[in-house]
Design a protein around this ligand. Structure first.
Ligand code: ADP
Ligand code: ZN
Length: 519
């Protein structure tokens, strides 16, 4: 018997929607079939429905593990308002409230129970969990399980017992962060049994992508908005102060702009948000605090005044534009000093997971410095194959000149090969350039055949080529091994099968300055 008609009824009854989005029905079917599943879907893609619908259709209670207490509360309130029987258990509840929720859970009086990971793994919760009529475990924000992920939560690694303790109950793990390592980690940490893996497309072809050098940003922004009168847009800034200063300058230039950050009073924040949603305020200068939970479909542009700290954040923030599917423009300002500033901030505030955070920032930098289709880089970051350039990014519209880089690539790849994939980017360049540095000699790299083979190419130019090889997957960074460069299947094709490698010519500083003037 198929439960799909009941699922569609529930979609209409509780959420008011007539049809599932791509993959939702397949994912729900997997749950009905009691299969484990891993779901990768961009933020806003509609992950919640994938476990909420089975929760509402199947007898018993779905246990949803969620790391964010505030989101848990919002979700539960929204579900209750829609007529579902939902509750949450976490440290924010008093004794009596907890007891009441636990009773309901035990008695099968809940469709959904949201719990914090701490609660789920706590000893006191286990007897109840064993006895309650659980029909499904949903692990939301599942990337928190991976120490490679950007918000690692140690309690998430203690949920392995679920798979063995609840043999017949499906586990569905959901996340918007999809790199391969995280994906592998989720499956192994949860011990998922031959999970079905669902990857929704992260592609948003209606968003144009553009990166510009971060010089005279304010003037550039004023011109940008001038070309888009009465179009709602968001400018993300790194600091609270930055949002205020920028809004002030825009207002002075005759552009009505508000500012938004977590330091404002709740009333002020609500007012800016309301005005923006109702099209009474077109421009908001904001920190990343702005936009979460805002459902505004006609945002026409998003500007990043500063470099975001990783590609996930960037993707999420530009994703607030063009939700209606119509063309929307995104613009990122980039300067190397932003990278150093962000690095310093990470080092000062966040010694936790520092290596990973720095590596992610570096991927962001590579995106900004890219010389190939930016969308392909974004999609490959989210593990999506793309074979064609997008035509809707600055690089596609204004392609840089290419040269035959096969020999350059061969030299670099064979150096990496001969250094047994045990050296980072700088060391590889030093060896190619035949550097006399102490570290080179300590490792004995002066004896390898490619030592000095790229002496004729300056350091920065090598860097430019190696970053391209990285961006196109001819090499990769072993983040877990001191960021050493290593070879990929594609590099073997270059080394052993003579595959040609077009590279973008290195423009001199003079040439770059001239191009900027002309633009
Ligand atoms: P995620 O958890 O993936 O970020 P949500 O589950 O919060 O996304 O869904 C994002 C938005 O899309 C919500 O407003 C949700 O109601 C809406 N949505 C989800 N599924 C559908 C659907 N099948 N039809 C229309 N809207 C949907
Ligand atoms: Zn492109």
């Amino acid at each position: 018997m198929t439960q799909m008609p009941a699922a569609l009824d529930a979609l209409k009854k509780y959420f008011g929607y007539d049809a599932f989005r791509p993959l939702q029905a397949e994912i729900i079917q997997a749950v009905f079939d009691k299969k484990d599943a891993l779901v990768l879907m961009p933020t806003g893609g509609g992950k919640s429905i994938c476990y909420q619908i089975p929760a509402l259709v199947l007898p018993g209670t779905a246990v949803v593990v969620s790391p964010l207490i505030s989101l848990m509360k919002d979700q539960v309130e929204a579900l209750r308002a829609a007529g579902a029987r939902a509750a949450f258990l976490n440290s924010s509840l008093g004794e009596a409230d907890q007891r009441a929720v636990e009773d309901d859970f035990f008695n099968g009086a809940l469709d959904l129970l949201y719990v914090s990971p701490e609660k789920l793994v706590s000893q006191t919760f286990q007897p109840l969990l064993q006895k309650a009529p659980v029909n499904l475990f949903a692990i939301d924000e599942a990337h928190c399980i991976s120490s490679w992920g950007h918000d690692f939560r140690p309690e998430y690694t203690r949920m392995k017992f679920l798979r063995t303790a609840f043999k017949n109950i499906p586990i569905i793990a959901l996340t918007a962060t999809a790199d391969r390592l995280t994906r592998k980690d989720i499956v192994s940490q949860l011990n998922l049994a031959a999970p079905e893996i669902f990857i929704a497309s992260f592609d948003r072809p209606n968003l144009s992508l553009e990166v510009r050098p971060g010089q005279k940003r304010r003037e550039q922004i004023i011109r940008f908005i001038g070309k888009r009168p009465n179009q709602p847009g968001i400018i993300y800034c790194m600091s609270r102060k930055g949002t205020e200063t920028l809004a002030e300058k825009l207002n002075e230039a005759g552009i009505q702009a508000g500012h938004y950050h977590a330091g404002l009073s709740p009333e002020e924040r609500d007012r800016v948000q309301e005005d923006f949603i109702n099209d009474n305020l077109m421009v908001v200068c904001a920190t990343v605090a702005f936009g979460m939970g805002i459902d505004k479909s006609n945002v026409r542009w998003v500007i990043h005044y500063n470099l975001p700290k990783n590609i996930e954040s960037y993707y999420q923030e530009i994703g607030r534009a063009g939700r209606d599917g119509a063309q929307a423009d995104t613009l990122l300002f980039y300067s190397y000093s932003d990278v150093s500033l962000m690095e310093d901030i990470l080092r000062q505030n966040d010694s936790d997971q520092l290596d990973i955070k720095l590596a992610k920032l570096d991927r962001m930098r590579q995106f900004a410095e890219a010389v190939g289709c930016r969308r392909r880089i974004l999609l490959s970051y989210f593990s999506e194959e793309s074979t064609e350039d997008c035509g809707n990014c600055d690089i596609c519209r204004n392609p840089p000149q290419t040269i035959d880089g096969t020999e350059i690539a061969q030299k670099a790849l064979s150096a990496i090969y001969r250094m047994r994939q045990k050296a980072g980017l700088n060391m590889v360049i030093d060896v190619l350039r035949g550097s006399g540095k102490k570290e080179v000699f300590e490792k004995g790299y002066q004896h390898i055949k490619t030592y000095g083979a790229g002496r004729d190419i300056p350091y920065l130019e090598w860097q430019h080529y190696l970053l391209q090889l990285l961006n196109y997957g001819f090499i990769e960074i072993a983040h877990e091994e001191h960021h050493n460069l290593r070879l990929t299947p594609a590099s073997k094709r270059v080394l052993f099968e003579g595959e040609q490698v077009p590279l973008v010519r290195f423009a001199t500083l003079k040439e770059r300055q001239a191009a900027e003037k002309a633009a």
